[in-house]
Design a protein around this ligand. Sequence first.
Ligand code: ADP
Length: 614
Amino acid sequence: MADAHVKNPPPAIDGNALVSMCLSRAGIDRMFGVVGIPVTSLANRAQALGVRFIAFHNEQSAGYAASAYGYLTARPGVLLTVSGPGCVHGLAGLSNAAANAWPMILISGSSDQSLTGRGDFQELDQIAAVKPFSKFSAKATDITEIPKSVFSVVDWAVAGRPGGTYLDLPTDVLHQTIDESEAERLIAEALKSRDKALIEKPRIDNSKIKKAVELLRSAQRPLIVFGKGAAYAKSENELTKLVESTGIPILPTPMGKGLISDKHELAATAARSLAIGKCDVALVVGARLNWLLHFGEPPKWSKDVKFIIVDVCEEEIELRKPFLGILGDATEVVGMIHKEIKDDPFCLGKTHPWVEAVRNKGKDNVAKMEVQLSKVVVPFNFLTPMKIIRDAILGVGSPAPVVVSEGANTMDVGRSVLVQTEPRTRLDAGTWGTMGVGLGYCIAAAVASPDRLVVAVEGDSGFGFSAMEVELSDAYDGNTNTDYYFGSNNLNLQCFSSAKSVYAFIWPFQTLVRYQLPVVVIVFNNGGVYGGDRRNPDEITGPYKDDPAPTSFVPGAAYHVLIEAFGGKGYLAGTPDELKSALAESFSARKPAVINVTIDPYAGAESGRLQHKN
Ligand code: ADP
């Protein structure tokens, strides 16, 4: 027996394997990224342990995917990158997570510690580079530090206000080895020493709940505003109960849309200016009073409005100085407010003057918009195709598609025309107005919600940032159910990867298609950023006056052909019939498709609705 043991020593666990084991134990089930030196083995090992690795072309898109995955699942989305430039590309996703308050972990390989400062391959002080965007960073300087580092970045990402965290893994640490029992001991120890306080939710002050109820009860014109913090907290049931028992009108922020259906009779979206301009008490749940909500100030809001802010972040409450701030999880706080009201109920009722005013204004505005939408304008303006898309999306029913929206005019028009009926079915440029998120968000949504169709409605400029990722959405999943026993040796992994390359050689067409995600990307193609050349004559001078305008792309670009390079389906649509037929076919196929919609280059406005900022 002793001899046999010497001949077959237990397999050594290297840093890559240990990180994968820890991620899996921490409940991480998906990872997005781009592999290369020194993290390829990490991705393979993680995948073998059941952490599905979604391989992108560009870390920027993969990072956007990780950030949105964190939002949609309320578990950290993980982005894996190589060292140096890979980490820098990953900052796009990390900063987007920080700005939107979504949980995400950036994991980057880094150069060999013994060569620091001597110009090693892809050398960078990555801890310093991520600092502005990371709420917590850890560097494992030795393999024994890996478990604690992994669990800390996971816990910090979701703690308090969610955000981005960073894990730095030097090449030499990834190559160090320990035996299996030592690995298990370190994992157990790290799990035991996890900082429980980090993941505990703040205690809610009951006296503030009572005060909030009194304010709402005595208000003449109350309003409930909810945002993507409430969507992240999955507050839909509690909000619905509160709204329906009190009859208070509701206003979602763009990504709060769908938490309660846009079609709800108390929805004030179509009467937004009236609702925020005239309300006297506003209960704001999981939404910041930032630029999207006009900072909560006149002239958009009344100067006397009393804000009740519900947020999980104390600094946020301190910053806004509301009439009443309630620190706590949105779902819990709204649940407590509802319970408090239930003991002594009040309801505004349909004939309440405020409810009636909001309803009538909303109806008026909807009717006016429908008149515009019913006009068939060809060459397409933004409204005609948007109405067709709205109706096609509504026609899908439940589960409703996830809509990904980006662009200037495309996103602005989409926000007022497209209808959200279910929670977390809208992803857009968000707090930071980030362009280029489209394909990353589509892939994250398809992975997070496999039962839903994903429909991106984006401008050609937004699409261009990440168009190459259509290859991914158009992909065959031949590898997610691999039953691989972790305790076996390196040889197994090698056999596994060489079997894959044989497969690739024999079935070239099948390997062109990777993950088969039900994503339909609709590109509003107006030939540029904001569309056609809008320069004044005095701006078209100088030595480069014959160059295309900085806002111009190639007119009539055949974006639909891009996806066909990978075996997907492309459509060109310039008329209502062509668009309807492309939508019907691609929605029912639930297969990757790009619909290239030809828009009049002069239909939109420069900078969309934010012209005053440009
Ligand atoms: P929106 O863009 O929809 O207005 P924001 O991103 O500006 O939303 O605001 C979301 C807010 O929600 C942030 O201030 C964040 O701290 C807060 N938040 C995040 N998670 C929770 C939660 N579980 N409960 C309450 N608030 C939350």
